[in-house]
Ligand binder design. Structure first.
Ligand SMILES: NC(=O)c1ccc[n+]([C@@H]2O[C@H](COP(=O)([O-])OP(=O)(O)OC[C@H]3O[C@@H](n4cnc5c(N)ncnc54)[C@H](OP(=O)(O)O)[C@@H]3O)[C@@H](O)[C@H]2O)c1
Length: 264
């Protein structure tokens, strides 16, 4: 099969586990060859690769530390060496560490901005250069967060990094058009964190106008829709049961008194 007629290739960052894995599986089911990016979860990444390959026939794992620019810059060329092409990038990997206005440091901001914002921009830049060389078009999907539209001061640096990524999405949609579309997908509370037990998560998941926030399948289907729809760029699809329409004083992880780490 010639490269032109081969199925398209998508890089999904942070695809070893959780939402990234769900997105990888949904795209494999949609006929994509999936480059499963991971940092530390190699065994889980290999499982995602096996499961994607079982669906679409082709997948492979690629390691990169998204906090390190040289490592990020090596990711897309490595995928091209393996598959011969890349057509899309889904930026799902994310650093998610708690800080607040009181505990904020340059170091925390740098960690979040490098992996959550800078890496996504470098991958969009690399995709644009690669597609220009093939005279082809493609797309980038950035995973954002409903809390950008419903702000609270928890996870201060994480939220700043996602706000910057949302702004970068607008600029990149203009700068990289018409070759590369750039779309945001903003989940609500979808998967639990180590700060919530199952009962707390179930109760918080219902806190929305629709009585349910997003499921992993909802988010993955929206990413697939964004990649498939050639008319969408420079906007964000909120997939959250309407949580962005509500006002929460704290992050979900901090709403239960036992789960607040020092309430800093
Ligand atoms: N889960 C939710 O309810 C929710 C809600 C709103 C928004 N979102 C957004 O949706 C996306 C996926 O959420 P998630 O909960 O599945 O994410 P997650 O579990 O917090 O993180 C996904 C992966 O990101 C990778 N990662 C973190 N720092 C990295 C770095 N420096 N270099 C390379 N990889 C790094 C890790 O890979 P390794 O394990 O391989 O190290 C991790 O498994 C995120 O962008 C998040 O902000 C999620």
């Amino acid at each position: 099969m010639s490269p032109k007629s081969a199925p398209p290739v998508v890089i999904v960052t942070g695809a070893a586990k959780r939402l990234g894995r769900e997105i990888a599986l949904a795209l494999a089911a949609g006929g994509w060859q999936v480059a499963v990016h991971y940092r530390s979860s190699e065994a889980d990444a290999m499982k995602t690769v096996a499961d994607c390959a079982g669906i679409s026939g082709a997948a492979a794992a690629f390691h990169a530390d998204l906090g390190d620019e040289a490592s990020v810059r090596g990711l897309l060329p490595g995928v091209v060496r393996h598959f011969g092409r890349v057509d899309a990038v889904v930026n799902s990997a994310s650093t998610f560490e708690h800080d607040s206005a009181a505990s904020f440091t340059f170091a925390a901001l740098d960690r979040h901005l490098h992996s959550n914002t800078g890496a996504a921009i470098v991958l969009a830049q690399a995709l644009h250069q690669h597609l220009a060389g093939r005279d082809a078009t493609g797309a980038v999907v950035n995973l954002l967060d409903q809390k950008l539209w419903n702000q609270n001061p928890d996870f201060f640096s994480y939220t700043l990094s996602k706000a910057a990524l949302e702004a970068a999405g607008t600029m990149l949609a203009l700068a990289l058009a018409p070759r590369v579309r750039v779309v945001g997908v903003a989940p609500g509370l979808t998967l639990t964190s180590h700060m919530l037990d199952d009962a707390q998560f179930a109760a918080l998941h219902k806190l929305s106008p629709l009585g349910r926030s997003s499921t992993p399948a909802d988010v993955a289907a929206t990413v697939k829709f964004a990649l498939d729809n050639a008319s969408i760029t420079g906007t964000t699809l909120l997939v959250d049961g309407g949580q962005h329409l509500m006002k929460f004083e704290r992050d979900f992880s901090m709403m239960h008194p036992d789960s607040a780490p020092g309430n800093d």
